[in-house]
Each structure stands twice: as structure tokens, then as C-alpha cells.
Design a protein. Structure first.
Length: 271
């Protein structure tokens, strides 16, 4: 089996200090959590940023600062910025992040209910983001909250808007979207080309259960405070690194080694 690529989603857009005191908010805190995650075994860091009040923003200046801070310590870790941002942001606001010179960016490939909100990603937006990522040489990770999103991703690939290695993230367990059930995961995995790679993000209490399935199936895993704030039932994770460490342990226990950033770059076709 290939080595396991771990992605750390260190802060997201929704988790606030009232949910956990450990959520990083400033550029320094976010970069520090990314670096601690890298030390624990993550080879990709998924980055959102916050403004001075701790609210989500896609301000490219803040992304640049975080990217610079991470690279100054760990030039090898793969930086993946979010183009999802937060619900309600418009397309151009969301797209700013790709101009911070990351290796990767998320490409959300479909509209979904997102709790009480709607996270809008229609086909024109998806095509526009895909074109801009190709122009800026930023590799997309297709965020699929539903099975139909996988088909949308394959459609933009067929249209020639995305070239090169394909990498998917199956985000399962968002309230209002596809449930975190292994049968849903298998269906999604069976829908992507056999030479594509995939990871799973189990949301909330599903994080480790989905990770276990992905580790056993030969997929990859995303964890982090963006998706889940608990290390175990009722115990808050004090850092993203604790969540990454738990995945490393789970994987090694069943004999699957963890990829370092250099190996992850090779597996994903990133120079
Ligand atoms: N915050 C969510 C609405 C992404 O990073 O691309 C979108 C999100 C997905 O987190
Ligand atoms: Zn995100």
C-alpha cells in the first residue's frame, strides 16, 4: 500500500474561540499550528485565515503572511489554501487566496446545504476557479460533499480545464450533505479514475472512523480543528498536532507508513 498522506486543516472558517480555546486565529498562530502539524506527520496543510477580529477572510495579504511564516520554517510542507472561504463570500473574494503562491488550493465542485446555510458552487464558478488555478499553476484538490460533486469534477477535467494528476477530498458528515457512512465513501472512491488519489475528511465525531476506513482502503486522511475539535469523546484537542499524531499512530498500528512531504509531492505530482 502507498504511504499515507495526512492533511492538517488547522483552523477553517467556522470554528470560533467559543467552541474551543485552541483554534488558531492570528497569522502567527495559524502558521505555528501548521508547523506543529508538519512535525507530527502532516505533509499537506489546509489553510484558511482570519481577520483581526477572528472572523473568516480571504484577504490575500493575510494568506501571504501565513504562507511566508510556514515556508520560513518548513519549505517542504505542501501548502493548500482554501478557495471555499466561508458561506456567503463572493467568488472573487474567495479566489484571492490562490495569489499567495501555494502549491495547492481547494476547488469546491458543487453546491451543498451546509448546516442552515447554502454553500454555493455552481458550474460557472467551478470552471472559473479551475481556469485560474491552471493559469497560476496551483494544483486543485476537488472538495466533494456529495457524489454528484465527483461528476462535476470529472466534467471540468473532460472539458480540459484541469490537467495533470487528480486528487479528491471526500468531505463526509457535514450537516445537510452526504453522511459519513463507509458505503458513501466506497461509492465515491469507485467513481474516480483509478490513477487518481483521494483523501477523506470525516466531520465532527466521524473524523477518526472515516480515517480508519481510508487508512485500510489505501486512501489518505485529513484531520484538524476545522473538521473536529475533539481528540476523543469530551476531550478537546489542544493542538492540531494531537489529531495528526493520533492518525499516525492508527496508521502505523496496522502497518501503513506515513508519507513525508517529499514523498507526498511525488505521489501527487507536485514539483
Ligand atoms: N468553510 C466552508 C464553507 C474549502 O476550504 O474549500 C468551505 C470549506 C471548503 O471550508
Ligand atoms: Zn476548508
Amino acid at each position: 500500500m502507498n504511504k499515507l498522506i495526512i492533511t492538517a486543516a488547522v483552523c477553517g472558517a467556522e470554528v470560533m474561540r467559543r467552541h474551543t480555546p485552541y483554534i488558531p486565529l492570528t497569522p502567527e498562530e495559524i502558521a505555528n499550528e501548521a508547523c506543529l502539524s508538519r512535525e507530527a506527520g502532516a505533509s499537506i496543510v489546509h489553510i484558511h485565515v482570519r481577520d483581526q477580529d477572528g472572523n473568516p477572510t480571504q484577504d490575500v495579504k493575510i494568506f501571504r503572511r501565513v504562507v511566508e511564516l510556514i515556508r520560513s520554517k518548513y519549505p517542504d510542507v505542501i501548502i493548500q489554501v482554501s478557495t471555499g472561504g466561508a458561506v456567503g463570500m463572493d467568488a472573487e473574494e474567495r479566489l484571492q487566496s490562490i495569489y499567495s503562491h501555494p502549491e495547492m488550493a481547494t476547488l469546491d465542485v458543487g453546491t451543498t446545504n451546509f448546516g442552515d446555510d447554502i454553500f454555493v458552487n455552481d458550474m460557472p464558478l467551478i470552471r472559473h476557479f479551475a481556469k485560474k488555478m491552471s493559469e497560476t499553476n496551483v494544483m486543485p484538490e476537488f472538495e466533494c460533499f456529495e457524489i454528484g460533486h465527483v461528476h462535476n469534477a470529472l466534467k471540468v477535467v473532460k472539458e480540459g480545464l484541469i490537467k495533470g494528476h487528480l486528487h479528491f477530498d471526500f468531505v463526509l458528515g457535514v450537516p445537510g450533505a452526504c453522511t459519513a457512512d463507509v458505503r458513501n465513501l466506497i461509492r465515491m472512491v469507485d467513481t474516480i479514475p483509478s490513477n487518481a488519489t483521494w483523501t477523506v475528511s470525516g466531520i465532527g465525531k466521524h473524523e477518526f472512523e472515516m480515517a480508519a476506513h481510508a487508512i485500510a482502503m489505501g486512501g489518505n486522511v485529513r484531520v484538524g480543528l476545522e473538521d473536529n475539535i475533539y481528540l476523543s469523546k469530551g476531550v478537546l484537542a489542544k493542538s492540531n498536532a494531537e489529531l495528526v499524531e493520533k492518525i499516525v499512530k492508527m496508521s502505523r498500528e496496522i502497518g501503513r507508513e506515513v508519507a513525508n512531504p517529499k514523498e507526498a509531492r511525488e505521489m501527487l505530482g507536485i514539483k
